[in-house]
Design a binder for this molecule. Structure first.
Ligand code: HSE
Length: 309
């Protein structure tokens, strides 16, 4: 194989209670990337459409991941990478993760698949480090595995794939303000009271249990974040208003997608998701802030091949 074109999905990390350990993939929103083998051992970004991102091989997330993998495998070829960003960086929808996971997946294919999915996750985590300074797995694992994932452990890395109820729908609003992941991590508390930790980990357990049993009442009750959301919500314009509107329109609940500013709501069924979509959209109309909306099923597939030759 000389060339591969892939689609790597956007992702919602944390999913309220699961800071740095829960995530899921989004349908139809993501990066389209083409990787072409070259005879020189260099990795070069030929073009990036849809976002203003670094072109230097060691600073761009996709090429940084590719360089590391080619080096680890002592590859005898280089790469040209062309990236079409489907949405903007700093959205809270795992933009850097989509590029990192897409690169890990594609380079593995071009190398003849020497690496496992878990190893690809680790390579993609290196991309997250290049992007924001932290080797976080929740977005990249969701993009690579598809569906809902739990980062059960970081050292050594362990990823668990969680089943997704068929009727589960995502509605999200992306206010066009930038929140850098690093800044959103800087506002987090270093310590939390034991009682808050108990509430939070009980909710993670509840959410996982609700997803397995397809019990939407348990899912709704568990979609709460008393640790990270209170520290971050001031970074997001009209967060409380959107959340209230979503819940009043029948969403299971709403919260911050990743490190924000995107606000996500999970819904049961398309009819409800449409209501929630309009309720959320209405809250931002006439507020003077541009925004885009997302309406999607949960993507259970993860990174996928579009073309190869
Ligand atoms: N779990 C991460 C955070 C996701 O909330 O900071 C952002 O990459």
């Amino acid at each position: 194989m000389n060339q591969i074109k892939i689609f790597s999905p956007a992702t919602v990390a944390n999913v309220s209670c699961g800071f740095d350990c829960l995530g899921f993939a989004v349908n139809d929103l993501g990066d389209t990337m083409t990787f072409t083998k070259t005879s020189t051992k260099e990795v070069k970004i030929t073009d990036i459409k849809g976002a203003n991102l670094p072109l230097e091989a060691d600073k761009n997330v996709a090429s940084a991941v590719a360089l590391l993998m080619l080096e680890k495998h002592s590859a005898d070829f280089g790469l040209e990478i062309s990236i079409q960003k489907g949405y903007s960086p700093g959205s809270g929808l795992g933009s850097s993760a989509a590029s990192a996971a897409g690169a890990a997946f594609a380079v593995n294919e071009l190398l003849g698949k020497p690496f496992s999915q878990l190893e690809l996750t680790k390579f993609a985590m290196y991309g997250e480090k290049v992007a924001c300074g932290s080797e976080i797995a929740d977005n990249v694992a969701a993009a690579l595995y598809g569906g809902f994932i739990l980062v059960q452990q970081y050292e050594p890395l362990a990823i668990v794939k969680i089943p997704v109820p068929e009727e589960l729908m995502l509605v999200a609003i992306h206010p066009q303000v930038k929140v850098r992941t690093k800044d959103a991590r800087d506002v987090l508390p270093e310590n939390i009271p034991l009682a808050d930790a108990v509430t939070q980990w009980a909710n993670v357990g509840g959410l996982i249990s609700g997803l397995y049993s397809q019990n939407f009442e348990v899912i709704a009750n568990s979609l709460q974040d008393i640790v990270v959301e209170p520290a971050r919500k001031h970074l997001i314009p009209h967060f409380d208003l959107v959340k209230e509107a979503a819940v009043n329109a029948g969403a299971l609940n709403a919260g911050i997608s990743g490190s924000g500013p995107t606000i996500f709501a999970l819904c049961k069924g398309e009819e409800n998701a449409k209501k929630v979509y309009h309720a959320i959209e209405d809250t931002y109309t006439d507020k003077g802030i541009d925004f885009t909306m997302v309406y999607s099923k949960i993507n259970t597939e993860g990174v996928k091949i579009l073309e190869q030759n």
